[in-house]
Write a protein that binds this ligand. Structure first.
Ligand SMILES: [Zn+2]
Length: 261
């Protein structure tokens, strides 16, 4: 599932290829599973240009000072890319924004739960959604309050987009692994030192993925992502990677390396 770094890669693609071009039209292919702008919203976009982008947690935005904006959620599997017609349309293109000339913005999303909406302003929209601060923007004190104050498991707290936005299953597991904290530890069981370590490691995990533009093959070999398999050898301590459902999500962790309380 696209999390903060994967969404940032899509935002960068929009920024690099879809700004300052007039929107002329739209195309869609096999989009019955997606929520997309209706005819009125498409009319709102037509004739406008995107001049800036924004990302908050797992939401991507493109628009201009006076609007309108698109807000995009990539769901379980989506991404945004640009390409130039008349090259053959990639078969993964589900929704296409057609700009003047050959440029196209493609919203690829083969599974449910993805959407694109037309909105007036991303900052108002974020405030109304009650989303927490972006995981790369949140300060250490607020992180400590929000995660350390959670009576639920620390894993569930990291995934709660109202506490902080952008962390999903994959990078929550990675952050906990690096911090040596078991996924079932309660937020309130973490002392200030371990919360500070988790904050540092969450940022380091996300920054590491941002630095390689979410190309996982370029991540160092001692990352959990390369060993997310029950029974795999832990690259840090020689223990065994274990799989367990925590808060309704599948957690991978090393019980030897990650303390249970
Ligand atoms: Zn280990």
């Amino acid at each position: 599932m696209p999390e903060l770094p994967e969404c940032e890669a899509s935002r960068k693609a929009v920024e690099a290829g879809a700004l300052n071009r007039t929107i002329e039209g739209f195309e869609e292919h096999n989009t019955i599973h997606l929520e997309l702008p209706g005819p009125q919203d498409r009319d709102r976009l037509k004739g406008h240009q995107f001049t800036e982008t924004h990302r908050h947690g797992k939401h991507i935005f493109a628009g201009s000072k006076s609007g309108p904006w698109i807000a995009v959620h990539l769901g379980m599997t989506g991404s945004l890319k640009t390409f130039d017609a008349p090259r053959d349309l990639p078969d993964y293109a589900h929704f296409i924004i057609r700009f003047e000339g050959d440029r196209r913005l493609i919203y690829y999303n083969p599974r449910k739960f993805g959407w694109m909406r037309v909105i007036d302003d991303p900052h108002d929209w974020i405030a109304n959604k009650d989303l927490g601060p972006d995981a790369m923007e949140i300060g250490d004190n607020m992180f400590a309050d929000r995660i350390g104050g959670s009576r639920g498991t620390v894993k569930s707290a990291l995934l709660d987009q109202k506490k902080l936005a952008g962390v999903g299953n994959l990078w929550a597991d990675e952050a906990l692994y690096r911090a040596g904290i078991g996924p079932e530890v309660k937020g309130t069981e973490l002392g200030s030192d371990r919360i500070a370590t988790l904050y540092k490691e969450m940022r380091a995990s996300l920054q590491g993925v941002l630095d390689v533009n979410a190309d996982y093959g370029k991540l160092p070999g001692d990352w959990l992502i390369h060993n997310r398999e029950e029974g795999a050898d832990c690259p840090r301590c020689g223990g065994t990677i274990t799989k367990k459902t925590v808060g309704g999500r599948t957690a991978y962790f090393c019980p030897d390396y990650q303390e249970a309380a």
